[in-house]
Design a protein around this ligand. Sequence first.
Ligand code: FAD
Ligand code: NAD
Length: 455
Amino acid sequence: MKSYDVAVIGSGPGGYVAAIRCSQLGMKTAIIEKYSTLGGTCLNVGCIPSKALLASSHHYEEATKHFEDHGIDIPGEIKVNLEKMIGRKQAVVDQTTGGIDFLMKKNDIDVYEGLGSFKDTTHIKIEGKDAGEIEAKQIIIATGSKPSNLPFITLDKERVITSTEALKLKEIPKHMMVIGGGVIGLELGQVYRRLGAEVTVIEYMDRILPTMDAALSKELNKVFKKAKFNMMMSHKVQSVERKGDEVLIKAENKKGETVEVKGDYCLVSVGRRPYTDGLNLEAAGVKMNDKGQIETNAHLQTNVNNIYAIGDVVKGAMLAHKAEEEGVFVAETLAGQKPHINYNLIPGVVYTWPEVAAVGKTEEELKDAGIEYKAGQFPFRALGRARAGGDLDGFVKILADKTTDEVLGIHMIGARCADLIAEAVVAMEYRASAEDISRMSHAHPTYAEAMKEAA
Ligand code: FAD
Ligand code: NAD
């Protein structure tokens, strides 16, 4: 039986980053992954494929709707070749997951393909291609998450689908109904809306992206309505029934009336749940909380001293970069260092167009906490660069402490905000005041000027 200093179970952005950092810090490391490709949800069926389809569908929309404004005439009809689009997405995924194979070899990490389960606190059984058993002094659980469902919905994965199937459809839906106006519903809803599907978003809360600053939800809702999405807020889905090629949703509105919606596809995107199936946590005595997350302390250590857990399977935002930070954090802790993560400064990004991005506290959170603040907002349409490019929607909103001027939250929606948010994170990491940002030179003409102006 092979012995390791560290074994990592799961090869998503939490697991593979943890393994690399452990190896860099001199620990003999193994990683166990049940699928044949590394990279987890993010690389295989999450961040990367969804961004590939968002990029392709964005090009199509530009060509069909906006090229003309720029004086570009395309003779003949512009058509979507969905098979090719999905094929390109898969090529991007394959190249990216192949990159992780390379990184494992480069960093001298042993990769085991198979389902890992605990035999006790230091032994892991592997079932699958590389069946066997390994021993490790320290174990990091990075088994991620799977789509959640509502108890009354049967996911047939053909017409009633999760994000995984929505990334590889064989046809453009005529009418895609999306249950849940969160990140997945809006990103994948936008992909198919751009490709020509009618899209209805059915959300339980009174606004889309309910955990983000309300000003962002309002602006994105406006843009989506302009793009002729059907937005049904404050609707509680009661049943989803498939009949042949048709799916019927019944939902209750605010007045208590039952509303029916029919379509040919229903995407269920109501969140994700931590994934621990098959891990046999009981054999090691690792405890979970009532949300099904692995319980950890401030060092991301479980109740068993030598077992740690990171990423989607523990508390906190289910984001790839949060999982990565935690991977590095645990590796450095195991090496005797004293790392730190500022969870308040993990940015959140929605890759729709306009892009939505935020870091720090929302206006609602500041109000609830009774913190006195001032707000500065600047619209992109007032910038020369936005007018030159033709992307006018959105704004940057900065919230700062009323007395100290320290920036407490930055919320933005508009072109390139996914990248612009990095400036906000740097500013807040160094505890900038709004005045600090406003006194820094921002290149002209850029979208980043909205940061300076809002500050
Ligand atoms: P995962 O990536 O879920 O990886 C866990 C791995 O563990 C999997 O490969 C699984 O097969 C393996 N595993 C589980 N159990 C075992 C076992 N017993 N033995 C062996 N292997 C096991 N986040 C962002 O930050 N930005 C985005 O743009 C973004 N887009 C997304 C789009 C979609 C459609 C989805 C679904 C998610 C998206 N996310 C995004 C979220 C992101 O994918 C997750 O937060 C991230 O992948 C979590 O990383 P992780 O390492 O914790 O787990
Ligand atoms: P989410 O939590 O973002 O959104 C779920 C939405 O469904 C919420 O708005 C919620 O109010 C709504 N909802 C819940 N129950 C409902 C019901 N019964 N009827 C109608 N609406 C209901 O979850 P998601 O979109 O499924 O994404 C899952 C996770 O994946 C998220 O935590 C997210 O962080 C991650 N993700 C991130 C990105 C990104 O960073 N760009 C992209 C995709 C996914």
